[in-house]
Design a protein around this ligand. Structure first.
Ligand SMILES: Cc1cc2nc3c(=O)[nH]c(=O)nc-3n(C[C@H](O)[C@H](O)[C@H](O)COP(=O)(O)OP(=O)(O)OC[C@H]3O[C@@H](n4cnc5c(N)ncnc54)[C@H](O)[C@@H]3O)c2cc1C
Length: 440
């Protein structure tokens, strides 16, 4: 897909000192840009600071599932994806078997996804927030929060009146103040930690590595997942390898690993990736000769593992809140969705609801993901055991019906009429999971 039209980058000199906004958003990835878009669209005065300048690279598999496409369409952006590679489902490989699983038909989600680099996608989403009226400061890093000096909030998150920011090009510093602050600064979330958020280490965390390759399969109509990736010693690890066609001569290739259990903490993702590239089906022609540079990696905090997420005037969204889906490592949709949920709660708070409305964010998260993520955490405890993993995936690969159910659950795409029975199954699984020991 060809580039993003250049967004206007305002310079700090053009800004008055100590600006005061309704909302300040820290970070311009999917979560921050979606939050800024929905608030600006509703007429609020929103500022967003992003330390990089778009278009910028972001380490990712670049896969948009139907959940992501739905959010992007709701922001009026789907036409902008017309040059991106559209695909119809997942080709699952495991234990020598291959299965093509089309995305299901669903009343709320399309039956297709896209593969588009984050280099192209994130600038589009951020620019959409600017078009809706948000003030975007690119190349501007939030250095530290301006903390409230009132009494400590029972939530454990500090009140935050804005941020001290630095223009990365000039080094110039200034304050941006706001009535509400949204933290959407990604998986490392330095800003989130500075106001008191932290990750629950008992909960799942993913590590992933990706690189680009030239490949004759770049226009394949399905994305591909290998569910039985192994170490060089042949041991199956909890995670998967992927090959996502970009339609422009390249494929995005990567490995993701759950590092929940101490057995997997020592695994080198670089070695796992080399092994996967050597082992992948030959028709992709993956090799060091077709690699377009060294792979890069990142963390995937999962299952809403970071908290607190609501403070006296602060909300935490996207990877900064650990929102990645533990079933499949997908985080773009959950960034876009949690940003939107945060915007809804802040809109109510600004309309007079104050802190009580702000706290609705946690309820909204619970309604959207509570039980689902509880089961996902359980699932991870199960597949972290190689024997159980072999039984689950190995059995699934004998039945297309079972695998298409698994796909719908893992991508969080159950239809409303399926949710009732699935919920009962989830609850039963959650009870069973209580019998599986906690990770060491
Ligand atoms: C290897 C890998 C593969 C993945 N593959 C997929 C995939 O195929 N599909 C999928 O859905 N998800 C995937 N994910 C997960 C996905 O990338 C994230 O979940 C998603 O980017 C989360 O969006 P976000 O807006 O919360 O955070 P980010 O996208 O990380 O955005 C945060 C933004 O904040 C900015 N920022 C940080 N600190 C500051 C600061 N102090 N001041 C100002 N700005 C700041 C950063 O520059 C960044 O632009 C993958 C992740 C990895 C690591």
């Amino acid at each position: 897909m060809s580039g993003v039209s250049d967004p206007t980058v305002m310079t700090p000199e053009a800004a008055p000192d100590n600006e005061m906004h309704d909302v300040l958003v820290i970070g311009g990835g999917p979560a921050g840009s979606s939050c800024a878009y929905w608030l600006a669209e509703a007429g609020w005065d929103v500022a967003l600071v992003e330390k990089k300048v778009f278009p910028r690279e972001k380490t990712c598999g670049d896969g948009l599932t139907p959940r992501s496409v739905r959010q992007i369409a709701d922001m009026g952006l789907e036409d902008s994806l017309s040059g991106a590679h559209r695909y119809g489902g997942l080709r699952a490989h495991a234990f020598g078997k291959v299965m093509d699983l089309a995305w299901p038909s669903h009343p709320g989600f399309p039956d297709y996804g896209y593969v588009i680099t984050r280099h192209d996608l994130d600038g589009l989403v951020n620019q959409r927030a600017a078009e809706a009226g948000a003030t975007i400061w690119q190349g501007t890093e939030a250095i530290e929060p301006i903390l409230d000096d009132g009494p400590a909030d029972p939530s454990g998150l500090a009140g935050c009146r804005g941020a001290l920011v630095k223009d990365k090009a000039t080094g110039q510093r200034r304050e941006i103040r706001a009535r509400y602050v949204v933290v959407a600064d990604g998986s490392n979330s330095r800003f989130g930690r500075a106001i008191g958020a932290s990750r629950n280490r008992q909960q799942p965390m993913g590590l992933a590595l990706r690189g680009y390759y030239t490949s004759p399969g770049h226009e394949e109509p399905f994305i591909e997942s290998h569910l039985d990736i192994r170490t060089a010693d042949g041991e199956i690890v909890p995670g998967y390898g992927w090959i996502f066609p970009l339609g422009d001569g390249r494929v995005n290739v990567g490995v993701g690993l759950l590092s929940t259990d101490k057995r997997w903490k020592g695994i080198n993702t670089g070695t796992l990736m080399d092994h996967f590239v050597a082992w992948a089906p030959k028709e992709w022609e993956l090799s060091p000769a077709t690699a377009l540079g060294a792979p890069t990696g990142g963390k995937l905090p999962m299952g809403l593992s970071v908290g607190p997420r609501v403070g006296p005037n602060v909300l935490v969204a996207g990877d900064a809140s650990g929102a990645v889906n533990p079933f499949n490592g997908e985080g773009i949709a959950y960034g876009l969705e949690t940003g939107r949920l945060a915007a809804a709660s802040i809109g109510e708070a600004l309309n007079g609801g104050g802190t009580t409305s702000l706290r609705r964010y946690e309820e909204r998260l619970d309604e959207a993901y509570g039980l689902y993520y509880e089961v996902a955490r359980t699932f991870i405890r199960v597949i972290s055991d190689p024997r159980l993993m072999r039984i689950c995936v190995g059995t699934g690969m004998y039945s297309e019906t079972l695998m298409s159910w698994i796909l719908r659950i893992m991508a969080n795409l159950l239809r409303p009429d399926e949710i009732g029975p699935a919920e009962a199954a989830y609850r039963a699984m959650a009870r069973l999971a209580a019998l599986v020991p906690e990770p060491a």
